[in-house]
Design a protein around this ligand. Structure first.
Ligand code: SF4
Length: 366
């Protein structure tokens, strides 16, 4: 039961997902206790360091420039601004800051240098630093590692089969390549996905096959419930049922026993009872703060009240892995290579994404 397997099949995962709920919960909770303290939950703060204007067409994302949403875009935050936000997050009980930039991929240059400085600054505050910046090369991953990055987030989002119904501007293999580049460094991998995008249960299982067969398995797996935002192609998708979220968390826990399973987007739609069942089923991480990049999230005080009520403790930083050292920019071994990697652009069209783009154009004219 405590063995880590890298050969899960879609059929096996579906069988777990569809078990009678009480059996599924019992199995997941038992595995959870073998690998983790069930009363400790890691708290991360997600900070959008560069919002909106993204060239990609992810069907769920209000930051894609082509859709018409109410997101206010901003340029890359300054290092002092990020430092102030990180200190606030630390005071509120977060052990990790995850910085997100709405980029297709990282480009060497002043903006990336600024991000590296943010990484050094937060690492020196004794917090775990995570970045989610889009696709990165091995050299860029090495530069982030050298700056003291603890984790890199790059979600697979869904199954390989359903991916082409969600995004047309890059391929599933690009995601895997970035994860592979991160794995060549000592930075940990955070990769998960979103449910409620119109996918089948088979796709949820397919995504868990893709994640669990990575070796090593990702250290963190965020499970998001779609937050349907007006103006995006997925605006009309129905909210995810709490039972689906609980089943997804429990199944993730069973197939990836050691990973930190994170309750991510969609928590505002979940009751405390629902969240408590997710913690029982093996979730042991949350995103805190009133915004998740651009979508609403419970207030941090509400989360701390919930922790108190459930007898949960916030995990201290660096308990799973030692704090990385930060090498100063002048002493860096890795120089920018100015690479122009050929990330794929499958270019097929997704009807609902095209429709949302057209509606966006009309809305802008009006
Ligand atoms: S999810 Fe990321 S890559 Fe996709 S459109 Fe949004 S910001 Fe861009």
């Amino acid at each position: 039961m405590s063995e880590i397997r890298h050969n899960w099949t879609q059929e096996e995962i579906l069988e777990i997902y569809n078990k009678p709920l009480m059996e599924l919960l019992y199995e997941a909770a038992t595995i959870h206790r073998l690998h983790h303290d069930p009363n400790t939950v890691q708290v991360s703060t997600l900070l959008s360091i560069k919002t909106g204007g993204c060239p990609e067409d992810c069907g769920y994302c209000p930051q894609a420039a082509r859709y018409h949403t109410d997101i206010e875009g901003n340029d890359l935050m300054t290092v002092p601004h990020v430092k102030a936000q990180a200190l606030r997050a630390k005071a509120a009980g977060s052990s990790r800051v995850c910085m997100g930039a709405a980029w297709r991929n990282v480009k060497d240059g002043p903006e990336f240098d600024q991000v590296l400085e943010m990484v050094r600054t937060i690492n020196k505050l004794e917090m775990e630093v995570c970045c989610t910046l889009g696709m990165i090369t091995e050299n860029q991953a090495q530069r982030l590692a050298e700056a003291g990055l603890y984790a890199y987030n790059h979600n697979l989002d869904t199954s390989e089969e359903y991916y082409k119904e969600v995004i047309s501007t890059r391929g599933f293999e690009d995601r895997l390549e970035t994860i592979d580049n991160v794995r060549k460094t000592n930075v940990t991998v955070c990769s998960g996905g979103i449910i409620g995008m119109g996918e089948k249960v088979e796709d949820r299982a397919g995504m868990l096959v893709a994640l669990s067969t990575l070796s090593p398995q990702p250290e963190s797996v965020p499970i998001n419930a779609l937050v349907a935002v007006e103006g995006t192609p997925m605006a009309e998708e129905k909210p995810v049922e709490i039972w689906d979220m609980i089943r997804m968390v429990a199944t993730t826990r069973i197939v990836m026993p050691q990973t930190q399973v994170r309750l991510s987007a969609g928590r505002t739609q979940m009751s405390r009872e629902g969240q408590a069942m997710c913690f029982f089923a093996g979730a042991n991480s949350i995103f805190a703060g009133d915004k998740l990049l651009t979508t609403p999230n419970p207030d941090v005080n509400e989360d701390m009240e919930m922790f108190k009520m459930l007898g949960l403790n916030a995990q201290k930083p660096f308990v799973k892995k030692a704090q990385p050292e930060s090498v100063d920019a002048e002493k860096s071994q890795y120089k920018p290579l100015g690479e122009k990697p050929k990330w794929t652009r499958p270019g097929h069209s997704i009807e609902r994404n095209e429709l949302a783009k057209e509606q966006g154009k009309t809305a802008k004219i009006v």
